[in-house]
Design a binder for this molecule. Structure first.
Ligand code: NAI
Ligand code: MG
Length: 340
């Protein structure tokens, strides 16, 4: 293997994390992916060892490598820990959340889907500036929430979407908003989006959709979409919707990208209900690893991984339990190793 090795942080995570991470690492090793793993703790496991779900050595490692593959992390409920995902996005300025949606399992209601949701990851209503106000006798009778969208960030996320479209041969970007009602809060995104779109005229087409209409069309005619770019909360909701079109969480990868770091992960959580049973679907995390390979310039290896996934699902007909079959994690991994 002549390639120089690229250092990358690996967090195997909680629940099904260790099972699916082992599967993914085995496949990446088999194709000679030039990644040198720095194993770090995160989630519940890290709390037991370091007293924090995202301990300092893990943060230091990601700061150094600028690249991480992360298994799902259990966020303890009500123990006063801030969400690990939100912490990482803020800590490393991971402003773009990239969620590709592609039909792999054929013959369903939504065949041949191939679209991408680009979600703004650090502003919007996720600023979570919220509190109670009194109403009548009730000191908590009213809930107040606020958020913010900056011009700079709206422009940056829309530019990211257009650059992604250019780099990946995609033809159209749809700006998704609610500027008809939230004329300022969502309007600023649309204004900046239109400006950026002009710079790509003749190369990438632009469309606009109001978010609720977009949600309806994603169910009635998702094929009309190519790249969708939108603000934080709308992107959160729409990207789960699109994951549902192609077989659910076991098939949905995601990337959190910023100027200095990129973190790749499955969209799903730690699935405690099936942890340790050997039935978890590793494909979402494998697809995330494939995105990571493309991100570091190894499109060749990324395509090999994608082709192996296609082959195992389409030709060999392998299905894990979440896809309605009975194949376990180990057996699926074996099939992938053979196909690759
Ligand atoms: P979940 O995604 O872990 O599970 C939802 C359902 O999908 C479960 O029935 C599970 O068995 C199934 N599922 C998920 N991934 C699967 C896979 N790869 N193969 C087969 N089936 C799969 O969501 P849930 O139960 O709400 O959350 C569990 C924990 O994960 C919580 O502590 C939550 O905070 C955390 N979480 C972490 C995320 C992350 O680290 N990115 C994202 C979402 C949740
Ligand atoms: Mg979500």
């Amino acid at each position: 293997m002549a390639d120089h090795m690229i250092p990358a942080t690996l967090i195997e995570g909680d629940g099904i994390g260790p099972e699916i991470t082992a599967s993914v690492v085995e496949i990446l090793t088999k194709i000679g992916a030039p990644l040198e793993w720095d194993h770090q703790a995160g989630g519940l496991g890290a709390i037991e060892k370091f007293g924090a779900p995202l301990p300092q050595p893990t943060l230091d490692s990601i700061r150094k490598t600028g690249l991480a593959l992360k298994g799902p992390l259990t966020t303890p409920v009500g123990a006063g820990f801030k969400s690990v995902n939100v912490t990482m996005r803020q800590e490393f300025g991971l402003y773009a959340n990239l969620r590709p949606t592609r039909t792999v399992v054929p013959g369903g209601r939504f065949d041949k889907i191939d679209l991408v949701v680009v979600r703004e990851n650090i502003e919007g209503l996720y600023a979570a500036m919220e509190h109670y106000l009194p109403e009548g006798d009730d000191p908590k009778g009213l809930a107040y929430g606020a958020g913010f969208n900056s011009r700079r960030e709206c422009a940056r996320i829309v530019r990211f979407a257009f650059d992604y479209a250019v780099a990946n041969g995609r033809k159209k970007v749809t700006l998704v908003h609610k500027a008809n009602i939230l004329k300022i809060f969502s309007g600023i995104f649309l204004e900046e989006g239109r400006k950026i779109a002009k710079e790509y005229e003749g190369r990438v087409a632009v469309e606009e959709r109001i978010v609720d209409a977009c949600a309806m069309q994603l169910v009635t005619d998702p094929w009309q979409y190519d790249v969708i770019v939108t603000t934080n909360l709308f992107g959160d909701i729409l990207s789960d919707l699109t994951a549902g079109l192609v077989g659910g969480l076991g098939m949905a990868p995601g990337a959190n990208i910023g100027p200095n770091a990129a973190i790749f992960e499955a969209v799903h959580g730690s699935a405690p209900d099936i942890a340790g049973k050997g039935v978890a679907n590793p494909l979402a995390m494998l697809m995330a690893a494939s995105m990571m390979l493309a991100h570091v310039g190894r499109q060749d290896l990324s395509s090999r991984v994608d082709s192996a996934i296609d082959r195992v699902i389409r030709v060999d007909g392998v299905r894990t339990r979440d896809l309605g079959g009975e194949t376990g994690t180990a057996e699926l991994t074996k099939a992938l190793l053979a196909a690759i």
